[in-house]
Design a protein around this ligand. Structure first.
Ligand SMILES: [Fe+2]
Length: 304
């Protein structure tokens, strides 16, 4: 069976003509950034997301610094990002062998190609139609990532800063998502460490499997994953192509407070999480902002 035939085997759902929520719009508006919910998308049959088209996208991403990640191996939920070895073969060859390679290929900033930017624009319009006006005003920086994944491959437990929709194009996968505000799952210290030290700060906890919601995504399905919601993925038996469509949600404000808290805690203090003390949040934001400006000024002065 060719790769193209393999990924088409699970395409059974009738094609959608536009983005839509599954639950009523008002329900999803209230749920945005608070809990996961399902949507449907019109991209399943789109010619820009065939394996052939995405091979070219991957080759283009490999020419941009940091925009292509590939690894191969048998992962467990507890593994961390970056601990799996990179495959020892060129990307087109890896894609050609993806049915058996145990691989995960990530293409970032796919929207630099105007044809994909147009698709991202359609997603952004959908998200802004779901968000309340004040929430829409806080959303910035839309970004398209493409994941190509071998059969049965896992994506380990983690959380992200961005507000995200996981958009299933080919194949099927199970996705588990936790409550973004459950601090027994995504702890305050992990979020501080995420912004202050490493994006791999999320650490697997067995009880997360008891409290997570499980979703099975097939072509045409999309799943909203709020910022800081721990999640993990199990691919089904065929090659999967998935988009990760992200937007930042007042990212810099939240990130700056957590960054400050990370360093305050290292000094032996017990800082309050964002939102509990608005004056302290403003002071932390101003301090981190001033540091950022000072760093840029110093770099300019040193000619870097
Ligand atoms: Fe993620």
């Amino acid at each position: 069976m060719t790769t193209t035939n393999a990924v088409r085997a699970e395409e059974a759902r009738p094609a959608e003509t536009s983005w839509r929520t599954v639950e009523p719009l008002a329900t999803c508006r209230a749920a945005l950034q608070r809990r996961p919910f399902l949507a449907r998308h019109p991209l399943g049959e789109h010619p820009l997301f065939t394996i052939e088209a995405l091979t070219k996208v991957a080759e283009a991403a490999s020419q941009r610094h940091g925009d292509l990640w590939a690894d191969a191996g048998d992962l467990s939920l507890t593994d961390k990002w970056g601990t799996t070895p990179a495959p020892d073969m060129p990307i087109p060859q890896l894609i050609d062998r993806i049915e058996t390679a145990g691989a995960w290929i990530v293409m970032k900033h796919v929207e630099v190609d105007p044809r994909y930017k147009e698709i991202l624009d359609g997603y952004e319009a959908f998200v802004r139609s779901v968000a309340a006006p004040e929430a829409s005003a806080r959303l910035t920086s839309p970004e398209m990532l493409v994941f190509m994944t071998s059969p049965r491959r896992k994506t380990p437990y983690h959380f992200d800063a961005e507000m995200n929709f996981i958009v299933q194009i080919h194949g099927a996968k199970d996705v588990w998502v936790c409550d973004p505000n459950d601090r027994s799952v995504t702890t305050e210290r992990e979020i501080e460490e995420y912004y202050g030290k490493t994006i791999s700060a999320g650490t697997y906890k067995p009880h997360a499997e008891e409290v997570a919601q499980k979703f099975t995504l097939r072509p045409g399905d999309a799943l909203h994953v709020p910022s800081h919601a721990a999640h993990w993925v199990q691919n089904h038996d065929s090659v999967s192509v998935t988009l990760s469509l992200n937007m930042e949600y007042s990212h810099w404000r939240c990130a700056d407070v957590y960054f400050a808290n990370y360093h305050l805690r290292r000094l032996g203090l017990s800082p309050k999480p964002p939102g509990r003390a608005p004056l302290a949040d403003a002071a932390k934001g101003a301090a981190v902002g001033a540091l950022r400006v000072a760093k840029k000024t110093a770099q300019r002065a040193l000619g870097r």
